[in-house]
Every structure is written in C-alpha cells, then in structure tokens.
Design a protein around this ligand. Structure first.
Ligand SMILES: C[S@@+](CC[C@H](N)C(=O)[O-])C[C@H]1O[C@@H](n2cnc3c(N)ncnc32)[C@H](O)[C@@H]1O
Length: 238
C-alpha cells in the first residue's frame, strides 16, 4: 500500500480551505510510531471541530483552569507544561500531523489526563468550539514568522485575531506570546498595546522575561543556534 503523505492525511481529516493561512502544511512523512499513535491514542486525546462547542467539564471530568496553546509544533514543550501543572487542563491545536502524533504518543505513554488536542486550523477551533470567557491562559510560542513583507498578512497575530483571543479569555486571564524574530516581536507589541482589553504585565511597551512556566521550545532552540534573540510578551485580560 502506498504511504500517505502528511498533506494528504491532513486533507483527509480536518483541514479546511482558506484564502489566507498562517501556515503551510510541511512535507514530511510520519514515522511509524507517530502513525501508530493515531490508532492507539487519538480516541483518548483527539478532539474534533465537528463535535461543536467544547465542554471542558465533560471532557476532563473536572473543573480546572483551562490553558490553550496554538501551534505546539512537535509538542514537547506543551507536554512538559501539562506534566508540570497537573492542576490545569491543556488544549493544544496544531495542523502538522507528525507533531500531533508525537504529542499524543508521549502523552499516552505517560498516561496524562489533563491534555487534549485538535488537529485543525486554530481560528476555526476558536470560533466553533471554544466558549467566550472560558480560558485562563492563552499561549502562542514562535508562530511562523513569515519574514517577507509581502507575506506579513499571513502572520497569525493581527488585531482581529487578538480581539478573538480576548473574547475567549476570562477576565484576569493571561495572554502569552513569544517569538525569535525581532520584526514580528515589534508587530506583536504594537498590536497588543493597541488592544484596550489587555494590560501589559511588564509595563507599557515592554517585553517580559520568560516566565518559569514556559519551557524552551524546539523552534526556540533552533533560533538560538542561529544566533536569534527571544522576545516574550505577557498580557493580562482586563
Ligand atoms: C514555527 S512553528 C513553532 C512550533 C512550536 N511552538 C515551537 O516553538 O517549537 C509554528 C507552528 O504553528 C503551527 N500553526 C500555524 N498556524 C496555525 C493555525 N492557524 N492553526 C494551528 N496550527 C498552526 C504550524 O503548523 C507550526 O507547527
């Protein structure tokens, strides 16, 4: 039987066509282990856009602070956070099938109970599944920087996107972003400072230190090898 590519796999499952996307589905086949993870663990960890609005209490079987991360990549930092903060429930969203496979495989081996994942476009998940005022923390780490000016419209951080995140956060909830691309950091700062529902926890127009709860991510380490800096932005929803 011919092996299915990552692109075909995503199209077959949850991928929706959009005019402007914040990502490209990267070529790259899944390892056997990642593929098997879908058979073994998708039932336990996978959430579907088609299930409609998420009911965290029903999904996790408890009432706990809810953290949502977009674009977890290969998932190791999200896994580490879910392990380190067992009193919180974590929702990860990623379109890259090998990363989803790796995360649910590792979560399954550890028997983690406080993590679920969507393999879909995060904007669709936010609009269709996540209730307003339901998130205690929102995380976006090293989103695709889209370096070229003509591609800046593909950056996920735009005013409209930030407005959507604000609607999903509880009052007092945290919004946390990080990037290793200075021009994107400046753009994030400008967009976040302009949002009247947010207050910069580091003071107006300032970047934050990396908070203890955020482990280094894979993409961050790659940037460090290339000599990039890192900029964290931490805001509170008023
Ligand atoms: C540059 S990688 C960073 C991955 C990880 N956060 C890290 O720091 O190692 C950005 C990730 O965001 C994902 N992504 C981009 N736009 C997305 C969207 N709209 N919905 C879900 N995932 C998205 C991409 O597939 C990619 O894996």
């Amino acid at each position: 039987m011919q092996e299915e590519s990552a692109e075909e796999f995503t199209y077959r499952t949850e991928y929706k066509k959009k005019s402007i996307r914040s990502y490209v589905i990267r070529a790259g086949r899944m390892t056997e282990g990642q593929r098997r993870a879908f058979d073994n663990y998708w039932g336990e960890y996978g959430l579907s856009l088609f299930d409609g609005p998420l009911e965290p209490r029903a999904v996790f079987g408890r009432e706990a602070p809810l953290v949502l991360e977009i674009g977890f990549g290969m998932g190791d930092s999200l896994l580490a956070m879910a392990e380190a903060e067992p009193d919180k429930d974590f929702i990860g969203i990623e379109v890259h099938p090998p990363g989803v496979g790796r995360l649910i495989n590792n979560a399954g081996k550890l028997g983690l109970k406080n993590l679920r994942v969507y393999m879909a476009d995060a904007v669709d998940v936010l609009n269709d599944c996540i209730a307003d005022g339901s998130l205690d923390r929102f995380q976006l780490y090293f989103p695709d920087p889209w370096h070229k000016k003509k591609h800046h419209k593909r950056r996920i951080v735009q005013s409209e996107f930030v407005r959507l995140i604000c609607a999903k956060l509880k009052a007092g909830g945290l919004l946390h972003m990080a990037t290793d691309w200075e021009n994107y950091a400046e753009h994030m700062l400008e967009v976040l400072e302009a949002e009247s529902l947010l207050e910069n926890t580091a003071g107006k127009n300032r970047y934050s230190e990396r908070p203890e709860f955020r482990p280094e991510t894979k993409f961050e380490r790659r940037g460090q090898r290339l000599g990039h800096g890192v900029w964290d932005l931490l805001y509170q929803r008023l």
